[in-house]
Design a protein around this ligand. Sequence first.
Ligand SMILES: NC(=O)c1ccc[n+]([C@@H]2O[C@H](COP(=O)([O-])OP(=O)(O)OC[C@H]3O[C@@H](n4cnc5c(N)ncnc54)[C@H](O)[C@@H]3O)[C@@H](O)[C@H]2O)c1
Length: 450
Amino acid sequence: VSEVKRYALIGTGHRATMFVRALTTAHKDAGQLVALADTNAHRAGVHAANITAAGLPAVAIYDAADAHRMLDEVRPDRLIVTSPDYTHAGYVVAALDRGIDVISEKPLTIDAAGLRAICDALDRSTADLTVTFNYRYSPRNAAVKRLITEGAIGKVLSVHFEWLLDTAHGADYFRRWHRHKESSGGLLVHKSTHHFDLVNWWLADRPASVYALGGLRFYGAQNAIDRGLAPAPALSRDADPAAEPFRLDMAADPHLRQLYIEAEHLDGYHRDRNVFDAGITAEDTLSLVVGYRNGASMSYALTAFSPWEGYRVGINGTGGRIELEVVERSWVPAPGGGDAFIVDPSALADGHGAGTELRPEGERLILQQLWQPAREIEIPKGVGGHGGGDGAMLADIFRGAAADSLGRAAGYIDGVRSVIVGVAGNRSLETGQAVDVAAFGLPLGATSRG
Ligand SMILES: NC(=O)c1ccc[n+]([C@@H]2O[C@H](COP(=O)([O-])OP(=O)(O)OC[C@H]3O[C@@H](n4cnc5c(N)ncnc54)[C@H](O)[C@@H]3O)[C@@H](O)[C@H]2O)c1
């Protein structure tokens, strides 16, 4: 690496931890954090202290309201955006307009206006925008891409994709800002952007039409009333640990305690609100039909209250079928118990806990070509977050994308292409009609056939 790039980061919550850790350990010779910004000075301070504790120079801390001043004073080479989804577009545009490269967490933004503002800024700017689609780097998802690219199932004609979030991880989106569509775009944008990106990438194609049905059918006040659930306290920490299955025990995790509980007095951001509150607008049940430019179609379903967590994908081509089944967590322990407070099961070691005999945690990739018996395709073992995906992605981000026949490094077009499926889905939910993606007038890039 010839030069050490200077980084600023905005949004110093939990996700920022991965980037801060990378720049204080494995990639500290490639990049150095020089400034942090957040609406909450305590959270920014926790990360700043970790940076100095790693023996690196102290960083400047800015209030998020002064983000533009930070960019002007610090003049970083690159800005990392890890703030809530609805704030991404504003920070991305501000950096691009100053010629500063941006690394944005997914989703790129939450609506068509945000996408348009970002695309316009890119047209004006010489700077680059990268979206961190870590799922592409997960070895199992890369293995699917490899099979399709090698022609193992011929031309892809259809995809069936089911994603299940369990009552620990799925509930987490209904405890805080994600539960308001104006903050996250709902799960169809916030979460499904990962899945829609995978399919766009696997198929080397772009979405053309979207029809969606769904709603808030499990979480939220009305569903609790309809199911006769006893009223729960405003903050789940105040619930009876022996009885409340949606209790989040942040105090038990030193990092969560430091970042959130100890920062609450400044902004009242409570990460463990009651999932049965009134006023939740995000859907927990979603079904989509998506049409692709080159003719393939997808049926997609997202469920945010499943007893187990993972996903199932079936991809049908002219030459056969690929099936990927992933069990990230086979069940959620009863009230208050076990590792349910680890909200993201991809952080778990394989095969945790008992009771997983019928649904063992793990992954299975099957290729069945026409006129052939099925065979299992070996998936290289990854180590670390998201099946090893995070580490490989960070190396690409901080050291420049390695030569990669699978094209895993994602550019802004990939960010736009994936968010637009969720945005079109949201419009379809509102209108009850199928939505033509081209009508948004956004650049969606080329497909494998142009
Ligand atoms: N790729 C992945 O797997 C993955 C995983 C987790 C989160 N994320 C993404 O990372 C981002 C952050 O998620 P998180 O879970 O850390 O959220 P978080 O709420 O825990 O952290 C967000 C931080 O931004 C701060 N903030 C709030 N309003 C702000 C504003 N207007 N300007 C600047 N900062 C503001 C908050 O104080 C907080 O410190 C989201 O966009 C999310 O989609 C991606």
